[in-house]
Ligand binder design. Structure first.
Ligand code: 13P
Ligand code: SF4
Length: 390
């Protein structure tokens, strides 16, 4: 694969140039703004952060550590002063995930943590819809997103108005909405789901409503993958995750040919033919748990780049082959803008109360459904099923 410089356009990564070498994405180097002299690499900072370097040594060159350490130290100090927590998604770069994240996990885990935290402030280490979900669940807390440009191709594929029209066209069919949507879409839905519980939620809501059909919005591929695992009929929307949609079945066959014996794990936002070629499919947490539990010699995670970086840190005995697809939105969150956000309380998430109230019901209904995590795994051998996409 060699060395590659990434700075895409047209909806892809448009920030600073990232260097990807053999599938490993270097953490963007930080030009720390330090007009007030708060971010100097002092003896105090060195003593407080030296022990953290080991976790990120494969991603941050030693000579760059003096630029990172003051930010890490300042963020961790501000969190204590302001009683703030950082909820870090598995796709955050290793510096954020490992050095300042207080809770780390998948979308469902982060939402559940938001309901439990005693903090006054939540900084979402993730994208805008995740921060909105935290605010929906915690109206009395201040919730911030480090970059307002951290969006999601799925969330921007549908609006609340679209859902209203769908409900008119398909009355009586429950609407299951992926959490990767904006608050107005959630507010129009019967229940939310994540990639961890999608099959369980579809079965739960249809049983509760006495029907055998759902409308699952907005991810066409997730809906198709769910449909293969259940007898419930699924109607979907044409949204796609721009990261996972780029993997193909041929990619998987090529990677297997180049890496005999490799175990292939896929996220259910991948196209169904990719899931069929995988050994295991589940949410980011399910993939991470799989590596921890099965300790494969060599593994491929068909998902966002930083996920492999973070799982590799926790599993030094496993060799990671990295077909790297960056999420440009997740990569808009940096240590630097987390620091700005905590210090100046910028980019607060605010939601109209009426909309929040309705969205709360859809998210809470999801959280209240108890499910067997094994039910959250997708059987790659399940037969393809035709579903209607509107
Ligand atoms: P999960 O962490 O819930 O698997 O979601 C993946 C994702 O794409 C979030 O943006
Ligand atoms: Fe959205 Fe895909 Fe990025 Fe997740 S990885 S935030 S689903 S674009």
């Amino acid at each position: 694969m060699g060395k590659e410089l990434i700075n895409w356009e047209n909806g892809r990564w448009i920030g600073q140039t990232l260097e990807v070498e053999n599938g490993v994405c270097a953490v963007p180097s930080i030009p720390a703004k330090d007009e007030a002299g708060e971010l100097a690499y002092t003896d105090e900072v060195k003593a407080a952060t030296d022990h953290l370097y080991d976790d990120v040594k494969d991603f941050i060159p030693e000579f760059e550590w003096p630029a990172y350490a003051p930010l890490v130290h300042a963020i961790n100090k501000l969190k204590r002063q302001k009683n703030a927590v950082i909820l870090a998604h598995n796709y955050m770069t290793p510096d954020i995930f490992n050095l300042v994240g207080d809770f780390r996990g998948d979308s469902l885990g982060l939402a559940i943590e938001a309901t439990k935290t005693k903090a006054d402030m939540i900084i979402q280490g993730g994208v805008h819809f995740m921060a909105e979900t935290s605010k929906i669940l915690c109206p009395n807390k201040k919730v911030f997103i480090p970059s307002m440009r951290a969006g999601c191709s799925l969330a921007s594929s549908i609006t609340g108005e679209d859902v209203k029209l769908i409900k008119q066209k398909y009355p009586g069919i429950p609407i299951v909405t992926y959490v990767n949507t904006s608050a107005d879409v959630k507010a129009e839905s019967d229940i939310c789901c994540t990639s961890s519980n999608a099959v369980a939620i579809v079965e739960h809501i249809t049983k509760e409503r006495g029907v055998n059909k759902v409308i699952m919005l907005p991810d066409e591929f997730l809906a198709k993958n769910v449909a293969k695992q259940t007898d419930v009929q699924v109607i979907s929307w044409h949204g796609r995750c721009e990261v996972h949609a780029r993997f193909s079945a041929q990619d998987v066959r090529d990677m297997r040919a180049a890496n005999p014996g490799v175990v292939v794990l896929a996220h259910p936002e991948c196209p169904p033919e990719v899931v069929s070629e995988s050994d295991f499919t589940g949410s980011t947490k399910a993939m991470s748990d799989y590596v921890g539990d099965h300790k494969p010699g060599k593994v491929i995670l068909l998902t966002e780049c930083s996920m492999s970086d973070n799982v590799a840190i926790a599993n030094p005995g496993t060799d990671f082959v990295r077909p790297c697809n960056l999420c440009p939105h997740m990569k808009r969150v940096t240590l630097e803008n987390i620091y700005e956000c905590l210090k100046n309380e910028t980019n607060e998430i605010l939601i109209d109360e009426d909309m929040r109230d309705k969205a709360y019901d859809a998210v809470m209904r999801m959280i209240e459904v108890k499910f067997d995590p094994i039910k959250g795994h997708f059987d790659p051998k399940a037969k393809e099923k035709f579903i209607k996409v509107i």
